[in-house]
Design a protein around this ligand. Structure first.
Ligand SMILES: [Zn+2]
Ligand SMILES: [Zn+2]
Length: 345
């Protein structure tokens, strides 16, 4: 089979398509013919060399995988060749203590696809059957690829938050991005009044269509002034930040007393300054979130099947054009996820 290997990361990363043997599946595993693979910021950080921990090269990237089951191990009962599936980004065992508590992304025998094991930018990928979730026919392959990350990841982040009382405000930064556009929908579904922050006013109509109550275009004035004006200086109860340091300290300044700031993305890796007295004064909580459990992916599949959440794919690129996809990520026009599709001959 063919697979796209990242041979070396850095400013001028080198990729190579190679012919390799089909993965051999164990009794609890399935073989999947990849149909689509989302392109995540995580991938770009590996390509640029900024993310090194646990990664060895050459590496086949991609953890947002949808595909068709083509083979199953002798102990696999609930999946059969021909089933359409989405994979958990962390291939989990389903048997350990953490999996038993639905912390499948912290599985004791977890394998991070496209990070420390072969990912989805290949003709085929193998995972334990536990880590594949069936998807209905009304969800296309490109949309299916993003059901776990980013949609399930967003759902899991919102599960950290108590159901809002009336009129509680959630601010979503990077609202046009692959994660942000789904957080807008999910926060609205959970009952928040959603204020979306974007860098480009051309995205406003679609972000409103996706459920935002208000869109703030981040210009020179800084959005924290606007959030505080909108909220009569109360600030937002919840901030879901997908951008990170470039928007600091505006995100923090937009937070209400006893508010919660969840960091889900960091696009530049810069350090930030924080006056701890301000943190104390606000009684605020700042936390990070990563990963997705199986239960959240199952819920994501259900919500998309019921058309309560709309998976937004911005563009698709052939897998071999990954460098073009990587350059496009973070582009001013981006609205939704970039998805890579197989183009093997
Ligand atoms: Zn991802
Ligand atoms: Zn486990």
């Amino acid at each position: 089979m063919k697979a796209l290997f990242l041979e070396s990361p850095g400013q001028y990363p080198r990729f190579d398509v190679k012919e390799i043997p089909l993965p051999r599946i164990e009794s609890d595993e399935i073989l999947i013919k990849v149909q689509a693979c989302g392109f995540c910021y995580h991938d770009r950080l590996i390509i640029s060399g900024q993310l090194k921990r646990g990664v060895t090269f050459p590496l086949v990237l991609g953890h947002e995988i949808s595909g068709l089951v083509v083979k199953r191990g002798c102990h696999v009962k609930d999946l059969t060749p021909g089933d359409r599936v989405v994979c958990l980004p962390t291939d989990a065992c389903g048997l350990c203590e953490n999996c038993g508590k639905n912390k499948t992304n912290q599985c004791n025998k977890g394998i991070a696809l496209g990070h420390n094991a072969q990912g989805g930018l290949a003709e085929f990928v193998k995972v334990r059957a536990f880590s594949a979730i069936k998807i209905p026919d009304n969800i296309g392959w490109d949309q299916a690829a993003i059901l776990a990350c980013p949609i399930g990841v967003g759902l899991e982040a919102l599960s950290l938050v108590k159901a809002p009382k009336t009129k509680q405000i959630a601010v979503i930064t990077g609202a046009g991005g692959g994660l942000g556009i789904h957080l807008v929908q999910l926060a609205k579904m959970k009952g928040f009044r959603v204020i979306a922050i974007t860098s480009d006013d051309r995205k406003e109509p679609i972000i409103l269509e996706m459920g935002a109550d208000q869109v703030v275009v981040n210009e020179e004035i800084g959005f924290s002034e606007i959030i505080n004006a909108i909220t009569s200086d109360e600030g937002a109860d919840l901030i879901l930040d997908t951008v990170g340091s470039p928007l600091w300290p505006q995100t923090f300044r937009s937070l209400s007393k006893r508010g919660l700031l969840i960091t889900l993305g960091e696009v530049t890796g810069e350090e930030i300054r924080l006056n701890l007295a301000e943190l104390i004064f606000r009684g605020a909580t700042i936390t990070g979130h990563v990963g997705v459990s199986k239960n959240s992916v199952v819920e994501s599949v259900h919500l998309v099947h019921e058309k309560r959440i709309n998976p937004v794919v911005w563009k698709t690129f052939p897998m071999e054009n990954i460098l073009d996809a990587s350059k496009s990520l973070g582009n001013q026009n981006q609205l939704g996820r970039i998805v890579l599709t197989p183009n093997w001959i």
